[in-house]
Design a protein around this ligand. Structure first.
Ligand code: FPP
Length: 247
């Protein structure tokens, strides 16, 4: 009998510390069923649960989900409203369970652009899960990789202008400290669902050496088995970070 994927993952040993996910295909999932797009987003919330539980079971330490991009603000207002309601519903329905499982949730991005209800949901889920030590779950909301880098450049420029730093002293660590993900290791593995082969302005700085896994499944159909398959795929990769192979 074939070994179950979790045992294989454990036997292989090298579990990715940080997994990032572009949760794509909600709209297609809905239109295939003749449903409105928001139905796909709601169904996508179940897949978020699968990903979180699977990450905890596999020993992933950080899970970063792309929930709403800066570009998503250009979608029809009805879809933006549905996504914001989803964030509120997720915070309301999941915060206790997440806290109980030791998940610390942080919502990262230009949160100031959110309405008051969504901001209250962010406070609720972050406050309730503050002590989580099993998994750090980053929900990237109103987030864009380019905007994040521009913001970092602006903050560094301010410090130079105020005489607080010497431009010669600016290095990669200093830029990293200006990012929403400051202090976190870069993602080891990126999973994108729905078969698309794009980075879509996600974690542009952080994914310099991330391994990519493209899953054909649409996000609402994503289960922990798909996560485990991605981790097993990752465990077969030879990561060289621009250097030559050492084995
Ligand atoms: C991309 O699918 C997905 C999104 C823009 C939203 C992602 C959000 C969720 C999965 C809900 C989870 C929410 C929380 C609060 C954790 P798409 O709409 O671009 O799909 P398409 O490419 O098939 O049109």
């Amino acid at each position: 009998m074939a070994a179950d994927p979790l045992s294989l993952i454990r036997a292989n040993g090298r579990v990715p510390c940080h997994v990032a996910v572009i949760m794509d295909g909600n709209g297609r999932w809905a239109s295939k069923r003749g449903l409105p797009r928001h139905a796909g987003h709601w169904e996508g919330m179940k897949a978020v649960r699968e990903a979180v539980e699977g990450a905890c079971a596999a020993g992933v330490e950080i899970l970063t989900l792309f929930a709403f991009s800066t570009e998503n603000w250009k979608r029809p207002q009805s879809e933006i409203d549905a996504l914001m309601q989803l964030l509120c519903a997720y915070a309301e329905s999941e915060h206790e369970d997440l806290a109980g499982h030791g998940v610390e949730v942080r919502v990262l991005g230009e949160i100031s652009r959110l309405g008051s209800e969504a901001r209250a949901a962010v406070d609720l889920i972050e406050d309730a899960t503050r002590d989580g030590a099993v998994l750090r779950l980053n929900l990237m909301v109103s987030y864009g990789g380019r905007e994040e880098i521009v913001r970092a450049a602006g903050r560094l420029a301010e410090r130079v202008r105020d005489g607080r730093i010497d431009p010669e002293a600016i290095d990669e660590d200093m830029v990293e400290r200006m990012l929403f993900t400051r202090g976190l290791p870069d993602p080891d593995l990126l999973i994108r669902t729905s078969g698309e082969l794009r980075i879509s302005n996600f974690l542009l700085w952080q994914m310099a050496y991330t391994e990519f896994h493209i899953a054909s499944v649409l996000w609402p159909d994503f289960t922990r088995k798909d996560l485990f398959a991605a981790i097993l795929d990752y465990q077969r990769r030879d990561r060289r970070f621009g250097r030559v192979a050492t084995r």
